[in-house]
Design a protein around this ligand. Structure first.
Ligand code: LFR
Length: 491
């Protein structure tokens, strides 16, 4: 088979990459062409995406791809929920705002004045998180009405990049399913949610399945950069769904943890589960490749370590993630634990100080050293995974002996081992670059050289080394977990 080459643009919380994926019919190989930092910019009081800079960096990646000959397509993925708003000429009316901006504070409660909370969940099947698109849009409609009056379309971030690359507008399903504006069962925009919250539904675009070719790279861009035409694919715009497509399993029922800035913990379903239990546990139904549903919980994830590391850098202390892991590994176990999802840990800032305050307030030994802090974060995350596992099992009624961990977090053998211990499950760890693999494979599916999601997964299994971790000290962990589950209620 002629080697197929595609470009995956993956925009993560701290960096963005343009990666080249090559497929020889059996294995995918990946090469990094261009890496750049992805820094939100605070201007005035608002935290924005640096959209123009990112578009510039994508162009640099395209330029670097020229030496590799014919490229078949390009696709962009990034985190969910964020969007840009365009006027009728296709100009951005404002730089897209970052979901960590404080503008959404209070919007969740506000929405319940107009729509019953249970009904809202019943329609959308989405967990309530204030960062969700619907709450950002509610903010705009209450406070920036004039901007919305001028607006012609709303594009989710991956679709916005695809639009400026191709000139074509659409809303790809995986990104749409993070908005909390979608009817989870019908996979269409919910007229009821839109009407009750009085949102400008006319801005929303037609929903297309993940893996839809949307058009060709604009001729102006080809000319400007001297690149050959290539397809632009709306793959899975939502990074988590790219990562899930890359879970190297042949099983129908499995647990995954997509481990990056966030930890997304869940399982894959054919149809959403929306019932009393899933409401109580606030579990989300998000959509992905092949119309599959991922039934998952957002756990704060490696954000706590990333943000702590940033704080230590501000204090003049440089650590690599590997060094932090080593320090943590040699610390005493279970010295202090936190609820990683406590609201005070979500905003950027001095996370180590907030962890210390949390431990002090809850009467635990205060972690002093970097190693103690990172150990506390990792153990708490592992215990939070266990809680999520129990909740998912309760909703699906299934048992899961194995967990697949994918994403950058799998580089931490400590986190993988603690997860195996806490969940009392075998862990298959890898691929590290799950999002990129998924992005590439979905484009190959759009190109017709990979047939299905199952095939994507078996190709990725053949392309990557997967590491295995077995649970240890089950009795000790069970006791810690039981106590943690009680404590967390009172914290
Ligand atoms: C992970 C992720 C999660 C989403 C969060 C915010 O990168 O996409 O799936 O809930 O970011 O968009």
């Amino acid at each position: 088979m002629e080697i197929k080459k595609v470009l995956a643009v993956d925009l993560g919380a701290s960096s963005g990459r343009v990666m080249l994926g090559s497929f020889d019919g059996e294995k995918i190989s990946v090469e990094e062409l261009h890496r750049f930092s992805n820094d939100p910019v605070i201007l005035g009081k608002t935290m924005y995406w640096d959209f123009l800079r990112l578009f510039h960096e994508i162009k640099q990646g395209l330029i670097k791809s020229k030496v590799y000959g014919k490229i078949d397509s390009i696709s962009v993925d990034t985190w969910g929920v964020d969007f840009g708003i365009l006027d009728e000429e296709g100009n951005l009316l404002e730089n897209p705002v970052h979901y960590r901006d404080a503008r959404v504070t209070g919007m969740l409660e506000k929405s319940f004045e107009s729509i019953d909370k249970d009904r809202f969940y019943q329609i959308t099947g989405n967990q309530f998180m204030e960062i969700n698109t619907v709450f950002q849009l509610l903010y705009l409609s209450l406070n920036r009405k004039r901007q919305l009056d001028l607006a012609d379309s709303l594009l989710m971030m991956p679709d916005l990049f695809n639009y400026y690359l191709s000139g074509e507008k659409c809303c790809e399903y995986s990104a749409a399913s993070t908005t909390q504006l979608l009817d989870a069962v019908r996979k269409e925009w919910s007229g009821e949610v839109i009407e009750k919250l009085q949102l400008p539904g006319r801005l929303l675009q037609k929903i297309v399945p993940s893996g839809t070719p949307v058009g060709m790279l604009r001729p102006e861009i080809c000319e400007e950069l001297g690149v050959e035409p290539m397809k632009v694919v709306a793959g899975a715009g939502h990074d988590t769904q790219c990562a899930l497509a890359a879970v190297p399993t042949g099983e129908k029922d499995f647990i995954f943890i997509s481990c990056g800035t966030w930890s997304l913990f869940g399982t894959e379903l054919d149809t959403p589960i929306i019932n009393e239990k899933s409401t109580r546990f606030n579990i989300t139904n998000e959509g992905g490749v092949g119309g599959k549903i991922s039934f998952l919980k957002n756990i704060i994830g490696l954000w706590l370590i990333q943000e702590s590391r940033r704080q230590w850098m501000r204090e003049g202390k440089e650590f690599s993630f590997g060094e932090l892991e080593k320090l943590a590994a040699s610390e005493e176990p279970f010295r202090s634990l936190i609820d990683p999802d406590a609201p005070e840990f979500a905003p950027s800032g001095n996370v180590p100080r907030r962890i210390r305050e949390f431990c002090k307030r809850t009467g635990q030994p205060v972690p002093e050293t970097e190693g103690q802090l990172v150990r506390c974060i990792n153990e708490s995350l592992a215990l939070k995974y266990r809680m999520a596992l129990e909740e998912i099992k309760e909703c699906t009624g299934k048992e899961y002996p194995v967990i697949h961990m994918v994403g950058g977090g799998t580089q931490s053998a400590l986190l993988c081992q603690l997860t195996a211990d806490a969940c009392k499950c075998s862990i298959y760890a890898g691929p590290i670059e799950a999002t990129v693999y998924g992005n590439i494979a979905i484009q190959l599916m759009a190109e017709g050289v990979i047939g299905s999601l199952e095939e994507i997964r078996s190709v990725i299994k053949a392309s990557e080394d997967i590491r295995r971790f077995e649970p240890q000290k089950p009795d000790e962990w069970e006791a810690v977990y039981r106590k943690y589950r009680e404590d967390i209620r009172n914290w």
